[in-house]
Each structure stands twice: as structure tokens, then as C-alpha cells.
Design a protein around this ligand. Structure first.
Ligand SMILES: Cc1ncc(COP(=O)(O)O)c(C=O)c1O
Length: 363
């Protein structure tokens, strides 16, 4: 091995400052940290997916444009095939958006929000402008519009991760019209659980991009299937940047079966939503906790004891929730709604941890 080689000198400063995304794994814990669907994947659909596989699923490259899945999505959502693009999770679509519109441009992000927007923007070499949400995590539209003037891309998450609240149609229209008609991405990863569907605006706004995913309500986080709606003129550029065979054969087949059987998932979503209401109430009744209303399958809460210690205490009780590295979220934790049994375990553990930490207050 050559000892004179130094990789660092070839790497941009923005990349050096990043931390690899490598979340800790705690197999012994109840897993309520990643907003996944907590129910077992329906056996029936699993069997249908397996029956749809053939030898060519393994030996041949997948359809680069995922034509059959695009067709299924169009049937389901009333779109034209030239308005849809598939990704290896919506994470990949976010990356493609940043590479296409963010690189060398300004990217405006309403924060706090999903961390991957900032990470992909940095990797793409964009200039990031963060516009803080207000104290209730609502969008500050005039500041977004101001920052968005001359920007390459504006990113809004609705419902927002981690705060759980949603943008209104009026807010989004103000942003779409105010930001010099630059591309505006609305990430609707949690739309099946609540919030306003922004798809009707697609017909009117050529600069609107909507992100969706099969990872949350549809229980396919492990297979990495995200999708995007936009107008053909904008999509045309994203297709130039996309990896050729980004969505594998197995995931394409699985997502098709899921869409054909989406009623089954609607039932799970109803269960999760019901459980969320109960969890919200229980957290609201707990001293030392301030919980926020949510249109999603997770709840954000602030703790009067230091959040990091609450998080660690829960880990000792074998419950994993989300603690944030983001200074804007230092007082907060996020819990995914689990099955009723998992939620009980979480609440019992949280009560114990809060009691143990007693009156210890945030600095
Ligand atoms: C708002 C939001 N967008 C996108 C994603 C990524 O989804 P995917 O699994 O489709 O990459 C997540 C995952 O947590 C998310 O919370």
C-alpha cells in the first residue's frame, strides 16, 4: 500500500464534515425509532409477490423505467406515466433532485425537518439556506419566499418529520408562486396517515414536485421504493441524472402487489391512527412531557428532564426511540406509533424513566 497517498486532499470540505449515516442497531429493543409500519407484512401479499417472481427476476436487469409499477401507480392516483418516477427509496429521489437542481445553486429548506435534505444538498455542493419554522413548527411562508427568490430548489416536508404538522394548500401555493417559480419539493412520505394531499396542485404548477414512499404506510421500508410526481418537463431532467437500474426486479414486483392490495394497508393505517390518539392522550397526561399533535404515525415530544437522558433511560428499558443530533431539536424526542402492545411497553418505560430522573430539568 502506498504510504504517500492521502485521500483527504481530494475531498471537498463539505464532505469531510459529514458523519456517515450509520444508526446504532439494538435488536433487543422495541423498535420505535424509524416510523416504519409495526405490523407484520401480510402473508397473503408476501405469497403473491413470491409467485410473481421468475428466474429472470434474478438474471436480467430490471426495467429501468419500472413501467408496470408506474402503470399501477398511475391507475391508483390518476396520473399519466410521464408524470411519475421511481426511486430506490425516496432518499434516492431526494439525492437526484439535489444533483439536478441543487448543485451549484441555493437550496432552501424549512427546518427542523428530515435530515437527508441537508445531507444530499451538501453532497451535491449546494448552498443551503435553512429557514426556521415558528415555535409551533409552522412554516414561515414570507421568509421561505424571500429565501427562495433565485434559489434552485425549495424543500418542504408535509406532514413534517419530525414535528408531525402539515402545510396548508394556501401556504404551498404562496411558496410555489412566490419563489420565482423555482422547483418546490413537497415530501409527502406520511400522507397516508394525514395532512393535505398536494397532488391536485400538479395540474396548475409546473414547478411542483411531490415525493411519496412505500416505506411507511405500505410496510416496504426494507425494499426501498420511493416515487415522485412532477410535470414531464421537469422530470425529463431528473431522468438524465437517475441511475439506470435503480429499482430492482423484486422491489418492483412487491410494490405492484402492495398497490393492488392497498385496502389491507388502509386497515393497518386505521389501527395505527387509533393507537396514535391513545398514545397522544397518554403522553399529554404525563407530567414533564409536552407532546405535539401529529398527522403522521409518530409523535414529537419535549421532556422537562434532559432528552438525551430520557433516551438513554429508555434504551436501558429496551425501548428505542429517536433522539436528534440537530441542535434545533435538543429538547425533543420522537416516538413511532407501534402496535398497542409496543405502545404500552413504551409508556410503561417512559413513566419509569421520568420518575427515576425526577425533577432533573433541561439546562
Ligand atoms: C419525510 C421523509 N422523507 C423520506 C424518507 C425516506 O423514505 P424512503 O424509505 O422512501 O427512502 C423518510 C424516512 O424516514 C422521511 O421521514
Amino acid at each position: 500500500m502506498s504510504s504517500s497517498f492521502n485521500a483527504e486532499i481530494f475531498v471537498r470540505e463539505e464532505i469531510k464534515g459529514l458523519t456517515p449515516y450509520n444508526p446504532d442497531v439494538y435488536p433487543e429493543c422495541v423498535k420505535l425509532d424509524a416510523n416504519e409500519n409495526p405490523y407484520p407484512f401480510p402473508k397473503d401479499i408476501q405469497e403473491r409477490i413470491c409467485r410473481a417472481l421468475g428466474t429472470e427476476t434474478f438474471t436480467r436487469y430490471p426495467d429501468a423505467m419500472a413501467g408496470k409499477l408506474v402503470h399501477e401507480i398511475c391507475t391508483c392516483y390518476g396520473l399519466d406515466p410521464n408524470q411519475v418516477m421511481l426511486g430506490n427509496g425516496s432518499d434516492e429521489l431526494i439525492q437526484n433532485l439535489m444533483l439536478t437542481f441543487g448543485a451549484g445553486n441555493r437550496v432552501v429548506i424549512a427546518v427542523p425537518t428530515f435530515s437527508m435534505y441537508g445531507i444530499h444538498a451538501r453532497v451535491a455542493g449546494a448552498e443551503i439556506v435553512e429557514v426556521p419554522r415558528d415555535r409551533n413548527f409552522d412554516l414561515v411562508v414570507n421568509e421561505i419566499v424571500q429565501a427562495g427568490s433565485g434559489a434552485g430548489l425549495v424543500v418542504i416536508c408535509s406532514p413534517n418529520n419530525p414535528s408531525g404538522n402539515s402545510a396548508t394548500t394556501e401556504q404551498l401555493i404562496a411558496i410555489l408562486e412566490g419563489c420565482c417559480h423555482c422547483p418546490v419539493v413537497v415530501d409527502q412520505a406520511y400522507l397516508e396517515f394525514g395532512g393535505t394531499d398536494m397532488q391536485p396542485l400538479l395540474a396548475e404548477y409546473d414547478n411542483l414536485v411531490i415525493l411519496r414512499t412505500f416505506s411507511k404506510a405500505f410496510g416496504l421500508a426494507g425494499l426501498r421504493v420511493g416515487y415522485l410526481f412532477a410535470n414531464p418537463g421537469l422530470l425529463n431532467f431528473l431522468f438524465k441524472v437517475k441511475q439506470p437500474f435503480n429499482l430492482n426486479n423484486f422491489s418492483q414486483a412487491a410494490a405492484r402487489e402492495v398497490l393492488r392490495n392497498r385496502d389491507l394497508f388502509a386497515w393497518q393505517v386505521a389501527q395505527i391512527t387509533g393507537a396514535k390518539e391513545k398514545l397522544y392522550q397518554a403522553l399529554q397526561d404525563m407530567p414533564g412531557i409536552q407532546v405535539y399533535p401529529s398527522d403522521t404515525n409518530y409523535l414529537l415530544f419535549a421532556t422537562s428532564a434532559p432528552a438525551n437522558e430520557v433516551y438513554k433511560g429508555l434504551l436501558q428499558e429496551k425501548v428505542l426511540i429517536r433522539n436528534f443530533g440537530d441542535p434545533l431539536l435538543a429538547r425533543y424526542l420522537r416516538v413511532t406509533v407501534g402496535t398497542p402492545e409496543e405502545n404500552k411497553i413504551f409508556l410503561r418505560a417512559l413513566r419509569k424513566v421520568i420518575d427515576t430522573l425526577g425533577e432533573k430539568k433541561n439546562d
